[in-house]
Design a protein around this ligand. Structure first.
Ligand SMILES: N[C@@H](CCC(=O)N[C@@H](CS)C(=O)NCC(=O)O)C(=O)O
Length: 222
């Protein structure tokens, strides 16, 4: 039985799962939902994730949400070293994944909701929220930039789930204008991921086509 992944092709969270599964060689069956039509809030979808958020994985009778948890599950199933080859490496990867969820991606998502999602319902961005999110992103990015000064990847010398988790905000930054380009090591690392992880590059095209298409269809200029 195939592993189903529900999500919208424009979602940076889905992108973390589709690129990780491709990088690990885990076959998945994609089930498209349209977030612009509220399809993560239907009664059927809320049975899978009562938070109304995607992606969601369904493997037989096992339902799992949160992209990082899904990626760790897929890595264990595949015996992949993207979740770490040693105990120490595994915990370093987990450290960065937890940090990414609590201190990093959350502010990118907040910015996306303010400057992009609100436009679809005709509301302006709240500048106070955007500036708070930018300040948090700059503070975190400065530490990341220093961490990446003498490293090619977040942990060790190869791609891991930590890279994919922390790269998430690069899925929308050209549209949300979060200030990532102020940090040269961060930008160089992102370019490296696009060059060395084909799945990360392919999914960028998918996200861009979906979101830019939705913006065009709604006549929204950012
Ligand atoms: N922490 C969650 C974030 C999930 C999330 O924010 N998903 C967004 C798409 S990127 C969503 O489904 N939004 C639908 C909504 O807010 O109604 C994860 O990593 O899976």
């Amino acid at each position: 039985m195939s592993i189903k992944i529900y999500g919208d092709p424009g979602s940076g969270s889905l992108r973390r799962v589709t690129s990780a599964s491709a990088a690990m060689g885990v076959p998945i069956e994609r089930v498209n939902i349209d977030l612009f039509k509220g399809e993560s809030h239907t009664p059927e979808f809320l049975e899978l994730n009562p938070h109304g958020l995607s992606p969601v994985m369904v493997d037989g009778d096992f339902v799992l949400y949160e992209s990082s948890a899904i990626n760790l599950y897929l890595a264990e199933k595949a015996g992949s070293d993207l979740a770490g080859a040693t105990t120490r490496e595994r915990y370093e990867i987990l450290q960065w994944m937890f940090w990414s969820g609590e201190q990093w991606r959350v502010f990118a998502t907040l910015t996306f909701d303010e400057v992009l999602a609100k436009r679809f319902v005709g509301l302006p961005a709240d500048e106070t929220i955007v500036q708070l999110a930018f300040a948090k992103i700059r503070a975190a990015a400065a530490v990341l930039d220093a961490h990446l000064a003498d490293r090619q990847f977040i942990v060790g010398d190869r791609l891991t789930l930590a890279d994919l988790d922390i790269a998430g905000p690069f899925s929308q930054n050209e549209r949300t204008k979060i200030p990532l380009n102020e940090f040269p090591n961060l930008v160089a690392w992102q370019q490296r991921l696009l060059k060395t992880a084909p799945a990360w590059a392919a999914t960028k095209q998918e996200v861009d086509a979906r979101i830019d298409g939705a913006l065009d269809a709604a006549g929204i200029k950012l």
